[in-house]
Ligand binder design. Structure first.
Ligand code: PMP
Length: 422
């Protein structure tokens, strides 16, 4: 029954019951961690073969060049071909780099600050604002803040962003230089940007001539259902709209192979790729090509990646299902919370009773369940409704996920009932 329909006496009885459940939870001495979207050890083990590749006898890439030496700033063609097919981007428009796409985001934004984007003025010395669809990825927001950008929140629902607001803001304000987009299975609410939305974003008139879509396709191949959506051709659509240089594409194999030792990618129009490589050349003589070669040998082709992702799904799918099942059982008829049912990616976004997310996270922490701080999916950590909690179920083993979500549900109910009784 909905909490709002309970009489004062029923609410008081429920509060007593939940307080007892919470005491039991604390007494259980749990030590569970749902904070970060990390692959589990079992997932990392899928790619154990990588550790023995390329082997002592293999020192050259497909073109015959020695991968142990300096050079090849753009990265191995064979790995760009594999990920190019998966991302819907030609290999010439893709750069393969070292292990972290977050580093590429950092570098590309620093290059824009110091040198300006192709054909544009340096962003430094200007007040730069960045649109942040929320809830969103906390590290995008932290990086933007670190570089001195002002973060402007815009709403993102599981169906996509508030396009009307975005279009109006970028049309009116030349200080808005960029928008963060996680187009496939967004972190944390699983939103997927349709072709129609993408078309709007690449073609909308912007007051800033050097406006940039920061297109972070971190979860392009991370499906949780049989409908394995193919990525929208964002670069093709941007070129067709006359805004070829608008898009910076980022991706990596972090949650495909090894989160700490994968290969990352940057994509863009030919002039954006040239621009990035020109500045990159001052920063490095070339990427870790041995790692790129071992990935190319291990993954073989785009289908090799697709097969591997199905193995990941077999491990993490049951964890996502457990979260849905427990939240439905415990909270489904209480009208205190809503949550997303992502079709892919690494997260579930939970909205609890208004004004209680901080308290829920505190209660959970005291009971040994670590959650990302409330508000972390919002610019400056400020969730205006104090409602949102990000659930990352991939890392702990299934029994721990089950225990943690059951405990979390107790905390959600306890905080909601306590608030109603105030
Ligand atoms: N982008 C998004 C949306 C992410 O969720 C993550 C990891 N949580 C990253 C980027 C980090 O990518 P990388 O490991 O390539 O730095």
């Amino acid at each position: 029954m909905s909490l709002a329909d309970l009489s004062a006496a029923e609410l008081s009885a429920l509060h007593d019951d939940l307080t007892a459940q919470y005491a039991d939870l604390k007494a259980a001495g749990l030590k569970l961690d749902l904070t970060r979207g990390k692959p589990s050890a079992e997932q990392l083990d899928l790619s154990a073969e990588l550790l023995s590749l390329p082997g002592p006898d293999r020192t050259t890439d497909a073109s015959g060049t020695d991968v142990r030496n300096y050079g090849n700033l753009q990265g191995l063609r064979e790995i760009r071909e594999i990920f190019g097919e998966l991302l819907g981007i030609g290999p010439d428009q893709l750069i393969a780099a070292d292990n972290s796409s977050l580093s590429i985001m950092h570098d590309s934004l620093v290059f824009a600050l110091l040198h300006g984007r192709p054909g544009g003025d340096p962003w430094s010395g200007q007040q730069v604002k960045v649109l942040c669809p929320t809830p969103g990825y906390d590290r995008h927001f932290a990086l933007s803040q670190e570089l001195g950008f002002e973060l402007v929140p815009v709403d993102l629902t599981a169906d996509g962003p508030d396009l009307e607001t975005i279009k109006k803001l970028v049309a009116d304000d030349p200080q808005i230089k960029a928008i963060w987009v996680v187009p496939t299975y967004a972190n944390p609410n699983g939103a997927v940007y349709s072709e129609e939305i993408t078309r709007e974003l690449v073609s909308m008139p912007t007051a800033a001539e050097d406006f940039t879509l920061l297109w972070d396709n971190a979860y392009a191949v991370h499906h949780l259902t049989d409908s394995e959506i193919t990525p929208v051709d964002v670069l093709g659509l941007a070129a067709a709209a006359g805004n070829a240089d608008r898009v910076f594409v980022y991706a990596s194999s972090s949650k495909i192979s090894f989160a700490g030792a994968g290969v990352s990618f940057f994509g863009g129009s030919p002039s954006v790729v040239d621009w990035y490589l020109a500045h990159l050349a001052k920063r490095t003589i070339g990427p870790d090509k041995i790692n790129q070669l071992r990935h190319a040998l291990y993954l073989k082709n785009a289908d090799g990646v697709r097969d591997l992702m199905r193995k990941h799904r077999a491990i993490i799918g049951p964890k996502f299902e457990a979260v849905q099942r427990i939240l439905t059982e415990r909270l489904g008829d209480r009208d205190v919370a809503t949550w997303t049912e992502p079709q892919g990616g690494y997260f579930i976004s939970l909205d609890v009773a208004e004004g209680t997310a901080t308290e829920v996270v505190r209660l959970a922490k005291e009971a040994g369940i670590a959650l990302t701080p409330a508000g972390s999916a919002y610019p400056y950590g400020r969730d205006p409704g104090d409602r949102n909690i990000r659930i990352a179920p991939t890392f702990p083993p299934l029994p721990q996920v089950t225990a943690a979500i059951d405990g979390l549900a107790t905390c959600v109910l306890l905080a909601a009932v306590a608030k109603l009784r105030q």
